[in-house]
Ligand binder design. Structure first.
Ligand SMILES: Cc1cc2nc3c(=O)[nH]c(=O)nc-3n(C[C@H](O)[C@H](O)[C@H](O)COP(=O)(O)OP(=O)(O)OC[C@H]3O[C@@H](n4cnc5c(N)ncnc54)[C@H](O)[C@@H]3O)c2cc1C
Length: 301
């Protein structure tokens, strides 16, 4: 369970309080504020705070004294122009602070995104919870045969059952020993900062993660992508839904110009032009490597 009844109560209590403000608020984001969106078996993402909305992007781009808004269609057009032309600093004017609970092996990938502010739950100070990510049957997949950095079909039969049992047993045993090592009953008790080294990478950790919209979109571009590992992609997908409600114009522009877009090399543009002119181009005559050609054909046929 990602949250205890007490934690749910705390969140509801926080959502029960409101204050008047002169600051811009995003109605879509207000609906998400403090709520935990479950991800994987014990994880979640929740918005703890945010600053700005679509109009803050427009306001910064125009460096205006007021809200900077001209008309809704004008604002959307400007946001789309900024996104299309990589004029990124206006998007940095919006910020979000998230509380994320995630397995340690996912955290290792996530923390590579350096343009954020992070504060992690302290395993030196606190006792970690007995919570491990155990993949559901369809995500317990075999090594991919075409991509060294990926997975293929789901395991089946006895092998799936054996792997699942090992994952559960090993995690449980490691945690039993962790608890036994830190226990101070009848012994000194090993320091928490040392005992935690015995815990597996599927144990959950938590952090507060604060990032501006530009860098968050960069994170989403990489981690909501089909090439990202499933276990981080589901966090990115949950965040996409939140961003969509927070800054709808910016998110739509992001979907159109980043998520759903492809970048083309000089050679790829040349091949498209030659094909449009009726030439039958092959990998050998394209000027592309086999890998590049494979990716090109996957998109363009
Ligand atoms: C599918 C996938 C597979 C990956 N595989 C591996 C892997 O096998 N091994 C591995 O180590 N990593 C891997 N990564 C991580 C990847 O290399 C990046 O570290 C990660 O995606 C963070 O991207 P970033 O540096 O652009 O983001 P951020 O750290 O948020 O940085 C954003 C941008 O700021 C600039 N920037 C930030 N810090 C610096 C700096 N110190 N110097 C210069 N410019 C900076 C860069 O322009 C950067 O693009 C993988 C990522 C993905 C999505």
């Amino acid at each position: 369970m990602p949250l205890s009844p007490e934690q749910h109560q705390e969140i509801e209590a926080q959502r029960g309080q409101s204050a008047t403000t002169l600051r811009a608020v995003s109605p879509g984001m207000e609906a998400h504020l403090y709520k935990a969106h479950q991800v994987l078996d014990h994880g979640f993402v929740r918005v703890v705070d945010y600053m700005g909305d679509d109009s803050a992007i427009v306001q910064a781009a125009r460096v205006s004294y007021g809200r900077g808004t001209k008309s809704v269609s004008n604002d959307e057009g400007l946001i789309r122009y900024l996104m299309r032309h990589w004029h990124s600093t206006p998007f940095e004017m919006c910020e979000v602070k998230l509380h994320v609970k995630l397995p340690v092996f996912v955290a290792r990938q996530w923390i590579r995104h350096r343009t954020a502010n992070v504060n992690e739950y302290s395993g030196r100070y606190s006792i970690l919870d007995r919570e491990f990510y155990i993949p559901s049957a369809e995500h317990l997949a075999a090594q991919s045969v075409v991509n060294n950095q990926g997975r293929g079909e789901a395991l089946s039969g006895e092998e799936a059952a054996r792997v699942l049992a090992w994952l559960k047993d090993d995690a449980g045993r490691a945690y039993d020993h962790y608890e036994a090592m830190i226990s101070q009953e009848g012994q000194q008790g090993l320091a928490r900062e040392l005992a935690r080294m015995n815990l597996p990478a599927n144990i959950y950790t938590q952090w507060y993660w604060k990032v501006d919209l530009h860098n968050l979109l960069h994170f989403l571009r990489l981690r909501a992508d089909a090439h990202a590992q499933y276990e981080i992609r589901v966090y990115a997908d949950a965040l996409c839904e939140i961003v969509k409600d927070w800054v709808p114009f910016a998110y739509k522009a992001f979907e159109d110009y980043r998520l759903g877009a492809v970048s083309m090399s000089t050679q790829a543009v040349d091949v498209i032009k030659r094909r449009l002119a009726g030439e039958a181009v092959t990998q050998e005559t394209s000027g592309m490597s086999k890998g590049e050609w494979r990716e090109f054909v996957a998109i363009w046929g």
